[in-house]
Design a protein around this ligand. Structure first.
Ligand code: SF4
Length: 252
């Protein structure tokens, strides 16, 4: 069954043809940057129609709690993080109390999460840096955020996008995989992928694009067996022809 048109409107046939990406299976021609940017915008529009406004799935009451939750979410599900953070934030409601907590106490609060010992160290050190350098506040600049313990560009971009309304592209494992499959980057390095996406998308799209791409990776474009047959991005995706013949898993 043909996939429905991957647009939120009835695009003319010639527009669809122009946006069809070079196939990854045939000898790929190099896509012009302007065409890639136009295709990226069409992908962004389709993702917006699929997923709408994306709320942060991590439970938090303020920017400090959001920062701690995002640090904890590395290589963990959001649901697992949400199970431990209410008790953690009840016990340590601000950077000052968390920075003075013993490591073993913090570890006992987050023991169910992977890498809990390393994460406990990051939380304590980060809270201490917030107290000592930032008067207990979470800074908003990329430079200051990435100097905090446990904070890389991905975490910083999530904080900037959700807490400060600053555009940022959070490149996690899903965003990396889908950006490559969609032919928006050839890079593996998250920092280079972020730069590639930033070049072809306007800043107003950055935050939502990466978060919607992450959802699409969890629901449709699975790591092992992407469900291309039911993916509404397949008209825009150079990897679709390689995988549409695979049996598509049922929607979760
Ligand atoms: S599911 Fe298939 S068509 Fe959709 S984005 Fe992933 S690789 Fe492309």
């Amino acid at each position: 069954m043909p996939a429905r048109a991957p647009f939120g409107f009835d695009a003319p046939a010639e527009a669809l043809d122009r946006l069809t990406p070079p196939s990854a299976s045939a000898r790929p021609r190099r896509e012009r940057q302007a065409d890639k940017a136009e295709r990226a915008l069409a992908i962004a529009a389709e993702l917006a129609s699929l997923y709408g406004e994306v709320d942060c799935p991590l439970i938090h009451r303020n920017t400090f709690e959001l920062l701690m939750a995002v640090i904890l979410s590395a290589q963990c599900t959001d649901a697992a993080v949400n199970k431990v953070t209410p008790a953690l934030f009840e016990r340590y409601p601000d950077p000052s109390t968390l920075s003075q907590a013993s490591l073993s106490d913090i570890e006992s609060c987050i023991r169910t999460l992977g890498l809990f010992r390393a994460k406990a160290k990051s939380l304590k050190r980060c809270a201490g840096q917030l107290v000592e350098v930032h008067h207990g506040e979470v800074p908003s600049s990329m430079d200051e955020l990435t100097k905090l313990a446990g904070v890389g560009r991905k975490t910083a971009n999530v904080i900037r996008g959700h807490a400060f309304g600053e555009p940022g592209i959070a490149v996690d494992t899903h965003c990396r995989r889908l950006s490559r499959r969609l032919g928006l980057t050839r890079n593996q390095d998250p920092v280079k992928i972020e730069a590639d996406l930033a070049r072809i998308l306007p800043p107003v799209e950055w935050t939502n694009f990466s978060h919607r791409l992450i959802i699409h990776g969890r629901r449709v474009c699975f790591a092992r067996q992407p469900a291309c047959a039911r993916c509404t991005l397949n008209r825009l995706c150079p990897s679709a022809s390689q995988s549409t013949s695979r049996s598509a898993p049922a929607a979760p």
